[in-house]
Each structure stands twice: as structure tokens, then as C-alpha cells.
Design a protein. Structure first.
Lengths: 345, 438
């Protein structure tokens, strides 16, 4: 019996090995940001349904950094074609791409994503400013021109208009692309307005260190890093009704019956206020295409063109329905032209 | 042996009973039993809470709301300029959602000119009607011009509302379902056109961005391929390695070292095997990303130590008398192993293999690095095509924003648990039926 099993498995293995992996890859492969993932999924699915002669692209998640790393592994069949990213590619990332032979990269901006603060739906209305966020969540804040350990424990100590709640904020963890926007548009912006940079310099820090001190988040448990996804943040708010969470606009809009959104600087986040640039905390979303794979991997060019078509990224398209903030008309047209013309980074 | 009866025993004066601390010792034993019972009940309580939360959230995933509508395959909508005979693309790109919308307008008795009302129909039916109606027309173009009763999927938000998962008491603007849609839903429900049906799609569909058309189909096939590869590779390699180590190899420092390493490997975190798979199978050997073949190889590496340890234990449990008897009757060492030891050890080996497979079936971490945590919509035709696995699908759905994915995630967990339970039951049955006690 054992002999038969051995022979059978050896035979099956040999057949399996000979069947599949002789043919070239006939499917677009995408990896990267989990923020871009839902949009890429919608496009991939509709692409597969519309272009019946191409297979549906495979979209991996795993984060912007991980996606770009895979993307920069080189050119060839077992490397990915597109990297999704919730931030622009960094200089050293481009360099590592070039070193691995990925010389021509086409950058495509697909639209904008807003980052919102939200509390439990039954709580009071919240109006935040970047200064409030800085005063509540920074490790050290500027008081009378000096940096001191953050003494605030309740939101109404930060700003009398805020409720008498213990500070408990669930913010994106360090590996998230969202974290950078959070630091730049809220902590650093608030810090600068309150003179935190000067206070830092007064206590002997150079420019860089003063900025780093601005965005250092307090570590006493009042600001909690969430390394998982927004659904984890939602679960934290569910269990702590006086917690404040940071979400993507799309996630908030899908769960508006459970969450109440806070205004930032008096502006309510919405697709309109983000597109117009009024709402301060937003960021562009990108994907990067390997030019050497265009025309080699079937469907790659068509997928990118389909993605950039107004029926997808336009303000009436399914991506906007899901929560993507469409770029202005001229910018969308420019993206299409740049891709068509083969413009590389 | 003769029985010993009381009168054959030598009589002696019984020593004074030593019951010093007897009460204390009995009490200690009683306490220990209580601790044991407590430990088990805590474990059972956690299990009950977990099962209750999964089943209470997940049972609804096996039912899906759909709407039966008389759809008219209107030639004016599908092929207004009558070109389908010459241009086959017409049937692919036709405006099929319009057919479904017209059917819904007629069914609900809305004035087609009332644009505000018609706009509210958006998000009532699933976007999948396009593909569904298209495949009907492509399969049988003669349907054009006829009217047929067709079961169409409701959109995910309507499905959630129908199942009562959306809180309708919050203001209309804060939820994804409008009051008008709820009114229509109740109307169709009362008339029996809208109903929950068994969700075959959950087993049939691949990944999708729409909750109502997403299922574990691709994941099931991917998991099946991987289990097949693990079984085909890990069982023969593991059994051969164990037989050699247990029956043939000399006991020396070198084999001791191998044994220590095998035991260590069994405890290595599974993500390490993923890293190895990425470095060796994808980067060095150039095998395709996201393929269940690579996933199977990685899981094989992960399962091997478990199988080797179980097989060695099973071989060692066969008493030496069997070996001596076989050798004494003139069998060669190989005959002894394959004709006597292995059949007797088989139940133990199979149990170990099934438990190893069950562990491999539930793994996500090593698959992350080889690109199997991905959105895959098309069925894999061979183990070299991109695929996902059951636990990966659960993980992907857990990260989705839409409410309707919560029940699907729990539903997929139920499916996975059923598979794991079935495998473990098979292992127990095999052990009970074939295990020999010596």
C-alpha cells in the first residue's frame, strides 16, 4: 500500500509540475497599501467583468512599504506589475528600484483620501483643531516657551469646549501610511502654531530634533497605536464609549450609523471639502506601474487605462461611491495624458 | 497463579491504623479535583463564548436576500441598433443593469419619469446583475424580447437591512439605506418577491468587493490544492525519514543532532517558513507568486516535523517482540519494517498526519509573504494559478469596512471550523478503530 502511495504521489507531483509552469503569466499582479486595496479591488473586479478576454488582476495587501519593496525586486515574470501606495515613493526606494533594474516607473495619482476623527455615535459633537490634537496627544507640549511633559489628562483641559472625557485616542500605528499624514497635518501643524518648535530650539534642539519632538506621541497609554485596520479601531470605540478614533473617510462613511465625525478647524470632512482642499487632513493616493511590463503582461495597460477612466476614478464612479475623493477634472486628465505619453519618474 | 484467600494469609496483629493527617490528605485531594473541574469549566466557558459569538454573527451568512423579478429582455435596451449579428461585442457591453432597473420600476409601480424616485433605486439591487443577465443572454440569445422570472441578488446594504443588522432608528442620513428603500423592501417582502434563500454563492464565488457576491470558492480550491500537495509530499518524506531514523540509523551524536533539530523545527513560528519560501521558492527557483503550489511547499516544510515526530512515536510504540519474531522467522530488516512494523504503526502515523494537515489548513502567516493574502476573483485552474486559502479569506474579510462582511467572516470561520472538526474526528475514529494496545 505504501509503495503504491509513494509511486502515485511521485507521479502526481511530476504531472503537476509539468502542467502549469511552462506558460507565461497572463494575469496582472498588484500589491501594496491596504488603504488603496479596496479601490484596486473594485477596479480589478469590474475590469475582469468588462474585459472578458483578460483575467481578473490579483491584488495583494500588506502595506505601502512592503508593496514597493516587492515592486523593486526587479523586472520579470515573478515580480509584481503595480505597487499601490498611500504616499509618494521615497527617494531611497526609487534608488533601490533602479539598482534592481526597475528603471522606468510610471507614477499614477488616483485621488485623495481624508483622515477623520470619530467618536461613538451617541456622544456629543466634537470640534477639534490641530492645536487641540497636539496638546492632547504630544509627548511634550510647549508651555510658556518651554517644553514640558504633557500634563493634560482630560479633553476639557485641552480645550474647554471639548467634553469632560479622559483622553483616550486610537491612532494609526507607525507602520501605517496614515500615521505620516496624522503627524504632519495635525501634530506638527498644531505644534508650529503653539510655538512648540521655538520652545524646542530654546531648550537646545536643532531644527530637525525640534520637529521630531513635535510629532512624538505620548507613551503613557492615553494615545494608543493601532497596528491593525480600522475595524480594530472601531472595536476599541465600541468598548470604550469615550474614546476617539482616527479613521479613513471611506471607513467612516460605511459605518456612519455607529460613529460620529469630528470637525477639524471647523470643517466637516466630506468628499466635497476634501476635494476643495478646505479640510486639512487629507493625502493623495498613488500606484506605480513598471513600464517594462507594459505590453508584456497581458491586460496591464488596459487595467491602468480602465482605472484612470472617468467611469472609475471620476466623481460619479464606484470609487467615489466607496469613499475616494476624486481629483479635480484637470488633474485626472493630466494623469491620463501622462500615462498615455509614457512619462516616467 | 492461585488465588490468595484470607485464611491462607498469615495472621498477625494488625498494626495501629496510621491515620495521621488522613483528613488533611483527603481534603487536599478534594481541592485538587475542584481545581481540575474549575480549569476545565473555564476552558469550556471560553470555548462556549467563542462559538456563541461566531455562530450568532455568522449563521446569517448562509442566507442571502434576493428578489424575484420578471425581467423583460428588451431588445431596445440590449441592442438598440440591431447589430448583434455582426458585432458580438454588443452583447458584452449592453446596459444590462437597465433591464433589472426597468423590471424593478415595473414591479414597484414607480413612475419611470419620476427621476427622484428612480434615483433612489440605486443601491437596491446588486451590481452583479450585469454579469448575471449577460451570461443568461450570452448562453441563449433567443431570450431577447422575452420576459422571464429571474432571481436577482439584493445589494449588500439591503441584505443587511433585511436581516436587521442596520440600526434603522438612527437618522436617515447616517445610514446606507434610505427610508424609501426600507418601505420598498417591506412591500416586496410582504408580497413574497423578496426573500432569504440559502446562500450557495458563499461557496461558489471568489473574492469580490461586493459582499453579496463574495464567497470562499477560490479559497476552498486553494486550500484543497495545498492540502493535496502537503499530503503528497509531507507524508512520504516524513514517513521515510522517520523509518530511517527509528529503524536503520545508528544512534550517535549526529542522529541526536538531527533529532534535536527536528524537535526545534516543530516549534519554529510559521512566518519563518514563509520567509524561507519567499527566498527559496520564489526568488531563487522563480516559481510564481500567489500560487497554491508554493503555498503547499511552504506548508509541507511546516508540517514535516509534526509528521516525523508522530511517526517516530508510532514506530517506537510497536513492541520489540514483533521485530524479534519477524527477524527470527527469517525476514529481512526491510521486510520486517514494511510488512510488520509499518502496518501496526499506521493508525498513529495517520493520526499525526491529519493533525499536521489540520494545522496547515489553519495557517495564514507563512502565506502572507508568498503573496497568497490577496484579492483573487478567478478560479485557479492548476496549483500554479493565483489562489487564496480559507484562513486568508477570513483575514481579508475581517479588514473590510462594509457591515455585510462581518457575517461573511464569521460564516467562513464556521466553514473552517467544520473542516477542522471533521479532520479531527477522522483522526479520532482511525485511532479508536485501528489502534492496538499491547
Amino acid at each position: 500500500m505504501k509503495k503504491a502511495l509513494l509511486t502515485a504521489s511521485a507521479a502526481a507531483f511530476a504531472i503537476a509540475a509539468s502542467v502549469g509552469y511552462a506558460s507565461a503569466r497572463d494575469q496582472v499582479q498588484v500589491a501594496g497599501s491596504s488603504t488603496v486595496l479596496p479601490y484596486a479591488k473594485i477596479v480589478a473586479e469590474q475590469f475582469g467583468e468588462t474585459f472578458t478576454n483578460f483575467k481578473t488582476p490579483v491584488v495583494e495587501s500588506g502595506g505601502s512599504g512592503a508593496g514597493i519593496k516587492e515592486f523593486c525586486k526587479g523586472v520579470g515574470e515573478n515580480t509584481i506589475d503595480i505597487a499601490n501606495s498611500s504616499r509618494p515613493m521615497k527617494k531611497d526606494e526609487v534608488q533601490s528600484c533602479v539598482d534592481a533594474g526597475v528603471k522606468d516607473i510610471q507614477e499614477v495619482k488616483i485621488g485623495y483620501d481624508g483622515i477623520v476623527f470619530a467618536t461613538d455615535v451617541k456622544g456629543p459633537d466634537w470640534a477639534l483643531t490641530p492645536e487641540d490634537v497636539y496638546k492632547a496627544l504630544a509627548a511634550k507640549i510647549a508651555v510658556d516657551g518651554k517644553l514640558v511633559d504633557n500634563p493634560n489628562t482630560k479633553w476639557n483641559q485641552v480645550n474647554p469646549n471639548l467634553p469632560d472625557w479622559d483622553i483616550a485616542a486610537y491612532i494609526p500605528g507607525e507602520k501605517h501610511g496614515t500615521r505620516e499624514v496624522f503627524e504632519e497635518k495635525l501634530l506638527i501643524a498644531g505644534c508650529k502654531k503653539l510655538g512648540g518648535v521655538e520652545a524646542g530650539k530654546a531648550s537646545g534642539l536643532d531644527d530637525k530634533a525640534a520637529e521630531a519632538a513635535c510629532k512624538a506621541v505620548r507613551k503613557d497609554g492615553k494615545a494608543v497605536d493601532i497596528d491593525g485596520d480600522y475595524s480594530e479601531t472601531l472595536a476599541r470605540i465600541d468598548s470604550n464609549k469615550t474614546g476617539v478614533g482616527v479613521f479613513g473617510l471611506a471607513f467612516y462613511e460605511n459605518n456612519a450609523d455607529k460613529l460620529k465625525v469630528a470637525t477639524v478647524g471647523g470643517i466637516t470632512p466630506s468628499v466635497e471639502t476634501i476635494a476643495s482642499g478646505e479640510y486639512p487632513v487629507s493625502r493623495p493616493l498613488f500606484f506605480y506601474v513598471k513600464k517594462a511590463h507594459l505590453g508584456v503582461v497581458p491586460g496591464l495597460k488596459e487595467y491602468v487605462e480602465f482605472f484612470l477612466d472617468d467611469q472609475m476614478v471620476g466623481p460619479e464612479g464606484p470609487l467615489a461611491d466607496y469613499g475616494l475623493v476624486a481629483a479635480p477634472d484637470a488633474e485626472r486628465a493630466a494623469q491620463r495624458d501622462a500615462f498615455g505619453a509614457g512619462k516616467t519618474m | 497463579m492461585t488465588d490468595i484467600s484470607l485464611d491462607t494469609l498469615p495472621t498477625a496483629t494488625a498494626p495501629a491504623r496510621r491515620d495521621i493527617g488522613l483528613k488533611k490528605r483527603y481534603a487536599a485531594e478534594r481541592r485538587f479535583r475542584i481545581y481540575g473541574v474549575l480549569a476545565i469549566s473555564v476552558g469550556l466557558a471560553f470555548l462556549a463564548v467563542m462559538l456563541f459569538s461566531i455562530i450568532s454573527k455568522g449563521h446569517t451568512a448562509f442566507w442571502q436576500t434576493s428578489i424575484t423579478l420578471p425581467v423583460t429582455f428588451d431588445e431596445k435596451v440590449i441592442d438598440p441598433s440591431n447589430k448583434r449579428a455582426t458585432d458580438p461585442k454588443v452583447l458584452i457591453t449592453a446596459n444590462y443593469p437597465k433591464l433589472a432597473e426597468n423590471a424593478l420600476i415595473a414591479r414597484l409601480g414607480i413612475d419611470p419619469e419620476d427621476k427622484a424616485q428612480v434615483r433612489k433605486l440605486k443601491g437596491f439591487l446588486s451590481d452583479s446583475v450585469r454579469v448575471q443577465l449577460r451570461s443568461i443572454v450570452q448562453a441563449d440569445p433567443s431570450v431577447i424580447g422575452q420576459t422571464r422570472d429571474i432571481i436577482l441578488l439584493a445589494a449588500a446594504n439591503m441584505d443587511s437591512a433585511y436581516k436587521g443588522q442596520i440600526d434603522l432608528s438612527v437618522p436617515e442620513a447616517r445610514r446606507k439605506v434610505s427610508d424609501q428603500q426600507v418601505e420598498w423592501m417591506n412591500k416586496l417582502k410582504a408580497e413574497g418577491a423578496m426573500a432569504e434563500r440559502f446562500n450557495t454563492g458563499l461557496f461558489k464565488f471568489g473574492a469580490s468587493s461586493r459582499p453579496e457576491t463574495s464567497g470562499v470558492g477560490v479559497a476552498l480550491i486553494g486550500s484543497f490544492f495545498m492540502m493535496l500537495i502537503v499530503l503528497m509530499l509531507a507524508l512520504p518524506i516524513g514517513v521515510a525519514a522517520s523509518i530511517y531514523l527509528e529503524e536503520f540509523a545508528k544512534k550517535n551524536r549526529f542522529t541526536d543532532l538531527i533529532e534535536v533539530n527536528i524537535n526545534n523545527l516543530a516549534a519554529v513560528p510559521s512566518i519563518v517558513f514563509g520567509l524561507l519560501g519567499l527566498a527559496v521558492f520564489i526568488n531563487f527557483l522563480g516559481l510564481p507568486r500567489s500560487a497554491s503550489f508554493v503555498g503547499g511547499l511552504v506548508l509541507t516544510l511546516m508540517t514535516l516535523p509534526t509528521i516525523i515526530i508522530a511517526t517516530r512515536a508510532a514506530l517506537a510504540a510497536v513492541p520489540p517482540s514483533i521485530r524479534s519474531a519477524a527477524l527470527g522467522l527469517g525476514a529481512s530488516k526491510m521486510q520486517m519494517v514494511f510488512q510488520h512494523i509499518l502496518p501496526l504503526a499506521a493508525p498513529g502515523i495517520l493520526t499525526g498526519t491529519i493533525i499536521g494537515l489540520a494545522r496547515a489548513l489553519g495557517e495564514t502567516a507563512p502565506l502572507l509573504l508568498i503573496g497568497m493574502v490577496a484579492f483573487v476573483a478567478d478560479y485557479p485552474k492548476s496549483p500554479f494559478d493565483p489562489a487564496t486559502a480559507l484562513p486568508v479569506q477570513i483575514y481579508m474579510w475581517a479588514n473590510e469596512a462594509e457591515r455585510a462582511f462581518v457575517e461573511r467572516m464569521s460564516g467562513a470561520i464556521i466553514i473552517l471550523l467544520i473542516f477542522l472538526m471533521a479532520m479531527n474526528i477522522v483522526a479520532i475514529v482511525l485511532r479508536r478503530r485501528f489502534e492496538r494496545r499491547w
